[in-house]
Design a protein around this ligand. Structure first.
Ligand code: ADP
Ligand code: MG
Length: 244
């Protein structure tokens, strides 16, 4: 059996005196969709940001696809390409088309020539059903379409793992479905995913495992039916009770 594609052990993160991650172990198997829930401030974003080294963990180890992310000898820019990330805010360049935004990452990060970058960018946009919007600027796209462009930008780099931090939280309700559908398709294509979100319906339908975090620790984890239907820990019960 292959080992986990993403393996974080004993992760701690301090911001000054604030101890935000207090020993998190997270193993993610290939093709697994891990869904992370927990109260605001529990450390979910910090965990994701540590996983692709947007934040430097204070202690612990992270291995992605066999590469030690925290080893000084690891080329972090190369390693980071194995981990795509999508944020609540889409961060597209407003003066560039959808195609331009996706192609830019391929040119800057992977050093591809214009023609190849654009061909790959078109393929990525096609995967999120935006091939017909390639020439549109962000301002001409809905929030949901912009987020799908951001997903295309990430998957164009062919990551091994995709991290999503509240990808639909900034969207009007009617636009959420399209983004979740794109994520479902990505998952069905075999992508390994870690998703922080409040979309519990999506978790029930698509997650292999749900992790509940509180106070910088993983309090409880299990299949969605178990976590939502029969949580074992009092804190999990209280949280689930609030949101459902
Ligand atoms: P969540 O995503 O679960 O809401 P976060 O990971 O964003 O939680 O934040 C966890 C805690 O860490 C919060 O108390 C937050 O204020 C703090 N925090 C996050 N990022 C920073 C930072 N760059 N500097 C200082 N404190 C931070
Ligand atoms: Mg957060």
């Amino acid at each position: 059996m292959p080992g986990p594609i993403l393996e974080a052990r004993g992760l701690h993160k301090h911001f000054g005196h604030l101890h935000v991650l207090k020993g998190v172990d997270l193993l993610v198997q290939e093709r697994e969709l891990v869904f992370v829930i927990g109260p605001s401030g529990s450390g979910k974003s910090t965990l994701l940001r540590c996983l692709n080294r947007l934040e430097e963990p204070s202690a612990g180890s992270i291995t992605v696809d066999g590469i030690d992310l925290l080893d000084r000898r690891t080329d972090i820019n190369k390693a980071r390409q194995r981990i795509g990330m999508v944020f609540q805010s889409f961060n597209l360049y407003p003066h560039m088309t959808a195609l331009g935004n996706v192609a830019l990452a391929l040119r800057k990060v992977q050093g591809r020539g214009r023609a190849e970058a654009e061909a790959r960018a078109r393929e990525a946009l096609d995967r999120v059903h935006l091939a017909d919007r390639a020439g549109h600027y962000p301002g001409q796209l809905s929030g949901g379409q912009q987020q799908r462009v951001a997903i295309a930008r990430a998957i164009a780099l062919e990551p091994r793992v995709m991290l999503f931090d509240e990808p639909t939280s900034a969207l009007d309700p009617e636009l959420v479905g399209g983004v979740l559908a794109a994520m479902r398709e990505l998952r069905e294509s075999g992508m390994t995913m870690v998703v922080v979100s409040h979309e519990m319906g999506f978790a029930r339908a698509a997650a292999d495992r749900v992790i509940f975090m509180d106070g910088g620790r993983i309090v409880e984890q299990g299949p969605p039916a178990a976590i939502f239907g029969a949580p074992q820990e009092e804190r999990t019960r209280a949280f689930i009770g609030q949101i459902e």
